[in-house]
Design a protein around this ligand. Structure first.
Ligand SMILES: [Zn+2]
Length: 455
């Protein structure tokens, strides 16, 4: 197959360049000014369209098995494909069983492994209540199957609990020994638990209903900066193993970069601040919450410089009944984000010039591919790589509608946002999985599991 005349995002370049791409089987086999089709060879005309490496979203909660009323692998990967994401990495904590041992990983894979339409990798989990087993052998057994490990300093889940600082220090050392990153949800329990108790009492003592300010103040920015400072201290000697997820404060991201650790942020931290709860209400509820006005532009700059390595969605939808419970404290914290990740960054990062081409590519695909050992085949338009491509009409527009995301979750803070650029086509390993005319065209199960060092 030849994809003709597209404006291609090639590695190392500062601007898009008109090229023909030849795809043979699952792989990009040639890049040239022009290819003549061989007899019978399919030609896709991409004149006027832009071609990027398929986005990598290494932070999704697809909840299967166990919590599939919120999301399942089929819907989650359809939403990804529709949004130009060709590889996802699924979190270990929001399935039943959680992925804390090899046996549990196999149990999960048996249910969801043949359901996806895009490629996927898995994280292993380190839950506080199983830290002894994790260190004694579960992490080692999981390592060949996972691209990293994940733990929490504070957790609202009974099935996956927080690690203490002592256990975290040991887990970082073990992950370093196994050659896998350790991902941390960095909010400090000592700050959050006390702040939450105080904010729950505040509205009562003031004789009013709880407000979104109470929620944001229950998880203050210091919860993140304190947790990150602790994590850096505890990871000493293994800083390169530490990766902090969904960072919302520039201070935390700067401290991590200075220590030689990595971080990610999410579109909701780039797009919104705490004042937006007035309009968005529960649709904006995530944990950690969005921050004070002013953080977003700092995060954009850190993304442009590479101090924040990439952007993830933290995709974690919930049905209407769980998002609107009548109390800000019990409304589900999480949003369906994988479908808006790439369109948002393309429009508000690349098209506005906040991110140059190299930074945009690092943020959406290259940075995550390198961090998770997938860059032998994923994360760039280069000969020999998997033909994972997203094709965009730069003159088109995309207005976000939660009901059309293809996720099980329909409540998004991006509802109604008008973005520049319209995705026309998403290919995974040379096969169209979604196009604008037909929607999803891949079979469930087309997506395959990727492991560290995938080639
Ligand atoms: Zn998450």
């Amino acid at each position: 197959m030849i994809i003709k005349n597209g404006l291609c995002a090639l590695p190392g370049s500062d601007r898009l360049e008109r090229r023909d791409l030849r795809v043979t089987g699952e792989t990009i086999s040639g890049i040239a000014e022009s290819f003549e089709p061989e007899p019978g060879e399919v030609v896709i005309d991409a004149s006027g369209l832009e071609l990027f490496p398929g986005a990598i979203d290494p932070h999704v909660h697809f909840d299967e098995p166990g919590f599939t009323h919120r999301e399942d692998f089929y819907h989650g990967t359809m939403a990804a494909a529709r949004g130009g994401v060709t590889t996802v990495v699924d979190m270990p904590c929001t399935s039943l069983p959680p992925v804390t041992s090899l046996a549990k990983l196999r149990e999960k894979l048996a249910v969801m492994g043949k359901r996806g339409v895009v490629d996927f990798a898995l994280f292993g989990g380190i839950s506080g209540h199983r830290i002894t087993e994790a260190l004694a052998g579960d992490m080692e057994e999981l390592a060949p199957e996972v691209v990293g490990f994940k733990c929490y300093f504070v957790s609202g889940m009974d099935t996956f609990t927080a690690v203490d600082h002592w256990g975290f220090g040991k887990a970082v050392a073990k992950a370093a020994e196994l050659g896998r990153p350790l991902l941390l949800h960095a909010e400090d329990a000592g700050v959050i638990n006390a702040a939450t108790a105080e904010m729950k009492a505040r509205s009562v003592s003031e004789g009013r209903a709880a407000s979104w300010d109470d929620y944001v103040d229950s998880r203050p920015e210091t919860a993140e900066t304190v947790a990150v400072a602790s994590a850096i201290a505890l990871a000493r000697g293994n800083e390169g193993t530490l990766h902090v997820v969904h960072v919302g404060t520039a201070e935390a991201a700067e401290a991590l970069a200075a220590a030689g650790s990595t971080s990610e942020t999410c579109p909701h931290y780039l797009a919104f601040c705490r004042d937006d709860f007035a309009d968005k209400g529960s649709s904006l509820k995530t944990a950690p919450p969005v921050k004070a006005r002013g953080q977003s532009e700092k995060l954009w700059r850190l993304l442009a410089s590479g101090a924040i390595v990439y952007v993830t969605s933290d995709h974690a939808p919930a049905p209407v009944a769980e998002k609107h419970t009548g109390s800000i404290w019990t409304d589900y914290g999480g949003i369906p984000g994988t479908g808006t990740l790439f369109p948002y960054l393309y429009s508000e990062g690349f098209k506005t010039g906040r991110l140059g081409l190299k930074a945009f590519l690092r943020a959406t695909s290259g940075g995550a591919a390198r961090r998770f050992g997938l860059d032998g085949r994923k994360g760039a338009i280069r000969v020999g790589m998997d033909a994972d491509l997203v094709c965009i009409d730069p003159r088109g527009h995309y207005t976000v509608k939660g009901s059309e995301l293809l996720s099980k979750g329909t409540i998004t803070p991006f509802e109604g946002m008008s973005l520049s650029g319209a995705i026309t086509l998403t290919l995974v390993r040379g096969k169209t999985v979604w196009n604008a005319a037909d929607g999803i065209v891949a079979e469930a199960g087309y997506g395959k599991q990727l492991r560290w060092g995938y080639r």
